[in-house]
Ligand binder design. Structure first.
Ligand code: ATP
Length: 322
């Protein structure tokens, strides 16, 4: 299949509006057909999805399309951010990809793991929710160690569990607070950012290939949020596939994303290299003023004048039709 050449084509990335493919069919098929030659001990896996729709049934029996025609992929060693206004479908996409949709939601479309239809089995994927479910009266090391005892089989030697716990503490940069209480409403403990990293530590104990995170930076100050996303970037560079929904990242945080999936109203506005999104919006007639945070700019464009954004982007995407 050939790409249709057109003047003014935004280079190197794809977008989709109203169900058009954001990627060339060939590129998508390449991602889709990446056959797994991975051994169990290798932490890398490709996820590809095409024409994903999610329909929910409401209490009154009506149905509603929450996601429409989403196509994309996530590769090992990369950090993908799902962004969009509140209610745009970020969590639903994350839930759909990780196989944890609510019982009233039905997903259609293709989601392939290493080119095959496969369920994400225990240990393959981890999901970190927005809420930290930690026990305040334990120290960070105790919390991770107890979690290791619950997650790993009894036949695994304690020394091995301890080694995994210690390496996880180092990987998450929690050495300095490892023996501090996590804390609760009456016990001063570790910071919010450290809590978030401790929550991620519990999930990476099993060395998952995929890490899904719902708003890992919500409620954190900008410095803590930056450290959390920096940690996620490091985890991805170890060969993991990291996908996180993030509401309004600072420019510094935005620069850490490899790929951006920008949603509005359950549809894709942009899918491609995060570093090229600014240029894409500029070419579509929405240059980002230098003083403005780039993610704020995208959300403002979508919120304030989405019809115009859509109309402009629809013009630009002709080049991606095959
Ligand atoms: N199981 C469900 N049943 C009914 N409605 C749902 C369900 N799941 C999602 N929705 C609706 O779909 C829309 C998208 O929800 P979702 O939580 O995915 O958005 P979001 O972009 O993550 O929002 P936020 O940033 O506010 O968390 C919302 O309007 C939500 O109410």
């Amino acid at each position: 299949m050939m790409e249709i050449e057109q003047e003014g084509k935004p280079q190197g990335h794809g977008i989709v509006i109203d169900g058009l493919s954001p990627l060339s069919e060939t590129t998508w098929k390449e991602k889709l057909n990446t056959e797994s030659s991975l051994g169990d001990d290798i932490i890398s896996a490709h996820l590809a999805w095409k024409d994903v729709n999610v329909m929910v049934t409401l209490n009154n029996g009506d149905t509603r399309n929450v996601l429409e025609g989403l196509t994309g992929y996530a590769e090992p060693g990369t950090f993908t951010a799902l962004m969009g206004p509140s209610g745009s479908g970020k969590s639903t996409l994350l839930d759909g990809l990780s196989g944890r949709l609510a019982s009233n939601a039905i997903l259609s479309g293709k989601i392939l793991l290493n080119g095959r239809k496969a369920k994400l089995s225990f240990g393959t994927a981890a999901y970190v929710t927005q809420d930290d479910t930690l026990i305040g009266t334990l120290t960070v090391r105790e919390m991770i160690y107890y979690s290791a005892q619950l997650r790993f089989p009894d036949r695994m030697p304690l020394s091995e569990k301890r080694t995994l716990v210690e390496s996880t503490i180092v990987e998450m940069g929690l050495q300095d607070c490892a023996d501090t209480f996590i804390g609760n409403w009456h016990l001063r403990g570790i910071s919010g950012g450290e809590k978030r990293r401790a929550s991620i530590a519990l999930e990476i104990l099993t060395r998952p290939r995929f890490l899904f995170l719902d708003e890992p930076t919500s409620g954190l100050d900008s410095a803590s949020a930056f450290i959390v996303t920096q940690t996620l970037l490091c985890l991805s560079r170890d060969g993991r596939t990291v996908i996180a929904s993030i509401h309004q990242p600072s420019s510094e945080i935005f620069e850490q994303f490899d790929r951006l999936f920008l949603l509005s109203g359950g549809k894709t506005v942009y899918f491609g290299q995060a570093s090229e999104a600014r240029q894409f919006f500029a070419e579509a007639g929405f240059p980002c003023p230098s003083f403005r945070n780039v993610s704020d700019h995208f959300l403002r464009c979508i919120n304030s004048d989405f019809d115009k954004v859509k109309a402009t982007l629809r013009e630009s995407i002709k080049v991606y039709m095959y």
